[in-house]
Design a binder for this molecule. Structure first.
Ligand code: GDP
Length: 172
């Protein structure tokens, strides 16, 4: 099978302002907005990707601001094959908040084969509060893929989605 016609649902989760919409914009449209207003919700984008010779249609969902309550509508998680869990490397609270997101994931993602990736975003900023090795350690402990990114400079963004999709295609 060459993978043509495969649609993969991905969702972005994590605290407010960590850069979820920016990652989606960067990946799907190659753009970056220095001041995305919370009211401008990205919601959902489709992007075609060729990975290992497979053509995959990615449907990527953004929280549209619901995450301010640190919980999301259960329907958001339905049918999800990949989860991008984002924190901001310059805000420690968004890293410590990961635990509650993982608890929520356990409740709503009943399928054990959902692939999860931890993303430390905003690496271009100088005021880092979470070191790379801390992110890596946490990801290892919780069996998550891990990558650091900058939605601003594009660093790691393509790679993050590629790795996630490769893993999803390998997961039965
Ligand atoms: P969301 O609430 O998680 O969707 O976060 P947004 O995508 O709205 O981003 C919040 C703010 O952080 C916006 O002002 C973005 O321009 C900024 N931002 C997002 N990603 C990055 C990044 O990688 N580097 C820098 N310097 N700023 C970023």
């Amino acid at each position: 099978m060459d993978g043509t016609g495969i649609t993969v649902k991905l969702i972005l989760i994590g605290d407010s302002a960590v850069g979820k919409s920016s990652l989606l914009l960067r990946f799907a449209e190659g753009s970056f907005e220095p001041s995305i207003k919370p009211t401008i919700c990205v919601d959902f984008k489709v992007k075609k990707m060729v990975v290992d010779g497979h053509t995959v249609q990615l449907a990527i969902w953004d929280t549209a601001g619901q995450e301010r309550f640190r919980t999301l509508n259960p329907s958001y998680y339905r049918g999800t094959q990949g989860i991008v869990l984002v924190y901001d490397v310059t805000r420690k609270d968004t890293f410590t908040g990961l635990e509650s997101w993982l608890n929520e994931l356990e409740i709503y993602t009943t399928k054990s084969n959902t692939v999860k990736m931890l993303v430390g975003n905003k690496t271009d900023k100088p005021d880092r509060e979470v070191e790379r090795r801390e992110g890596l350690q946490f990801a290892k402990k919780r069996s998550l893929l891990f990558i650091e990114t900058s939605a601003k400079t594009e660093d790691g963004v393509q790679h993050a989605f590629e790795e996630l999709v490769i893993k999803i295609l390998q997961t039965p």
